[in-house]
Design a protein around this ligand. Structure first.
Ligand code: ADP
Ligand code: ZN
Length: 609
């Protein structure tokens, strides 16, 4: 086994620097701060204040949100939450984005901050570097100063009683984690059989699919303490801290065994190590990773400390981490299917009051591709919308609107589209819908709208598959490309002019056409040869080319050809159905939002076709 040296750093210097900073802070900054105390409030209060338009200035940071009341007489702070539409709502409530705590430029403080402090830090760093170069051996362990303590949050099972039943869907993942729970309950069964549990289990899957929840549920089911820390928390400002945090974490865990240690975003420390060279790698991260590996090797299989880790970039992990004896079991936590989505929606809907006629099956269908976290957000947005409407019961319309909010952003109330622009957008959207409807194997149109959204979309056509789809035929993909080009085609047919409105369509169509050739083997020329490999399958899926420059050129030509053919097909379809196009477009122009049924009614009624 590889010997891993434990990092010895002259931590005395960190200590001095920190002491100095604390000293300065105490003397100078604290009294200033206490003059305008920042009051900590909960997120709910913050939301209420937004709703009452009682926010003056707001400053959003990674770890907290600072804000003042309208009169700016009182400053508040609250913890951040996953809330993608926050900025938008703040803006709507008339809040100013800016800095809250303007340190009064007391000349003395300014002097210290701008002159003395940098000098001190400079001296400190210089000392540290020279020490490091001299390879000085006599550093003190960080722990003796109370630094480098792991800030893993410990959850006592009774207070955080998440159970498997709280995690909807994800049956396969639950099944393989059930074994761990069983082991923690009666380990002797396993030791008698000579079986040893995996020390580490890697939960892999896209963000928001419930990996953290599952880890907590394992602890909850086994009724053991749960330590949770994020990989990024190990990588700190001071060199050597990460490794000592790992050491401390494992020390705590062993004391509390049996227990679960959960390391979120393990890729933050577990990335492939660089292979030598100057300044290439991140020394700190490698030391932390090495420490983690040593710790995992260090404890025996029967310590009853189970390490769960989560990542959405499994391919970037260092192979040493996934070797037998470390994270040797991998549990995929994938996006839920239709049934799973329905279950998740229903689970979260228990927290709110819903009208009796709400059809979660349809909502789940509309939210194809949404993660558990997004579904939870959809429910919450719907509840917020109900409150805005002065209701306490959430109805179907709230949920549908909130899906659109999550997909496309809020309705932009005061966007001013000229009459002509509105007409173009109406034709554009009907173009998509009509091309889709006129081809076989296209997902039915659910809704078409030309109300601009804050995301920048001037309108959109929502198509919803009737069930989950796992396979697509070549024809279906081609039809989809044609549908994407339908918007632009309608503009051409109706106005003989084109606009910038199709930029997103162009992107999507190109992506699909490219994938057909490089990844799905759907072209004559290249047959079943992979021209691209997908790298980050859980995060958008960047792909990298695996072919020569010449071939790339050919691929590009082929992509153009493919899109062109479909574009022409779409234009032809619309020309042949010009009367319908006009009729539908003026209907949409009048109504601004029409349902799939209304659309089909007009399409079916009448002469052509
Ligand atoms: P991850 O760790 O995979 O990024 P989390 O476990 O943090 O995702 O999930 C975030 C939130 O999304 C959870 O707190 C929960 O509200 C919701 N959620 C995600 N997946 C599920 C699920 N399968 N069932 C119920 N809720 C879920
Ligand atoms: Zn479009």
């Amino acid at each position: 086994m590889k010997e891993v040296k434990s990092p010895r750093k002259p931590l005395l210097y960190y200590y001095c620097i920190v002491l100095l900073i604390i000293f300065l802070f105490n003397i100078l900054v604290t009294p200033l701060l206490s003059q305008n105390q920042v009051v900590e409030v909960d997120y709910g209060t913050f939301m209420d204040m937004i709703d009452q338009q009682d926010i003056g200035v707001v400053q959003i940071e990674d770890t907290q949100i600072l804000f003042t009341n309208k009169e700016e007489t009182q400053a508040y702070k609250t913890g951040p939450m996953e809330d993608p539409t926050l900025a938008e709502r703040l803006h709507d409530a008339g809040a100013q984005f800016g800095r809250i705590i303007e340190e009064p430029t007391s000349s003395l403080l300014g002097w210290f901050l701008t002159i003395i402090l940098p000098i001190l830090i400079f001296i400190g760093l210089g000392q540290y570097m020279s020490r490091k170069l001299m390879n000085q051996a006599g550093g003190k362990n960080a722990l003796s100063f109370g630094m480098g303590r792991s800030n893993a949050k410990v959850y006592v099972p009774s207070t955080q009683g998440i159970r498997f039943s709280d995690v909807a869907g994800e049956d396969e993942a639950k099944e393989s984690l059930q074994e761990i729970v069983d082991y923690l309950h009666n380990p002797q069964k396993y030791t008698e059989a000579g079986a040893s549990m995996p020390k580490g289990i890697l939960l892999v899957g896209p963000p928001g699919t419930g990996k953290t929840m599952l880890a907590k549920a394992v602890a909850g089911e086994a009724n053991v303490p749960f330590f949770s820390i994020s990989g990024s928390e190990f990588v700190e400002m001071f060199v050597g801290m990460g490794a000592s945090k790992v050491r401390d974490l494992f020390k705590q865990a062993k004391e509390k065994a049996p227990c679960i240690v959960f390391i979120d975003e393990i890729d933050a420390i577990g990335q492939k190590r660089s292979t030598g060279g100057y300044g290439g790698g991140n020394d700190e991260r490698e030391q932390t990773l090495n420490q983690l590996l040593t710790e995992m090797d260090g404890f025996e299989g029967n310590t009853r400390v189970i390490i769960l880790a989560a990542t959405n970039r499994p391919e970037s992990l260092d192979p040493a981490l996934t070797r037998p004896g470390r994270f040797d079991r991998r549990v995929p936590v994938e996006l839920s299917d239709l049934q799973g989505r329905e279950a998740i929606l229903k689970g979260h809907a228990k927290k709110i009051k819903t009208a009796e006629d709400v059809d979660f099956h349809t909502i789940a269908r509309m939210a194809a591709g949404a993660s558990g976290a997004e579904l939870a957000n959809i429910i919450n947005e719907a509840a917020l919308r109900a409150v805005r409407g002065g209701r306490t019961i959430v109805n179907e319309a709230d949920l549908e609107e909130s899906i659109e909010v999550v997909i496309a952003g809020y309705q932009k109330k005061n966007a001013v589209l000229s009459d002509q622009e509105k007409r173009v957008v109406a034709y554009h959207e009907i173009g998509h819908a009509l091309v889709a409807a006129l081809q076989s194997h296209s997902a039915p149109v659910q809704k078409i709208t030309i109300i601009p959204r804050t995301s920048g979309a001037l309108g959109y056509t929502m198509q919803v598959e009737t069930g989950d789809k796992y396979l697509m035929t070549k024809e279906e993909i081609e039809n989809k490309i044609a549908t994407f080009t339908g918007g632009r085609a309608a503009e051409e047919v109706a106005f003989g002019q084109i606009t910038t409105g199709a930029s997103n369509d162009i992107e999507q169509a190109t992506k699909l056409a490219r994938a057909m050739i490089t990844r799905y083997g759907m072209s004559e020329e290249f047959d079943m040869v992979a021209m691209e490999t997908v790298q980050n399958q859980y995060l958008g899926g960047d792909s990298s080319l695996t072919c020569s420059a010449d071939t790339q050129k050919e691929i590009d030509q082929k992509v153009v050809e493919l899109v062109k053919t479909q574009h022409e097909k779409a234009r032809k379809l619309l020309e042949d159905n010009r009367a319908k196009l006009d009729e539908l477009a003026s209907f949409l122009y009048e109504k601004e939002t029409i349902t799939g049924e209304e659309f089909m009614e007009i399409l079916k009624g009448g002469a052509q076709q």
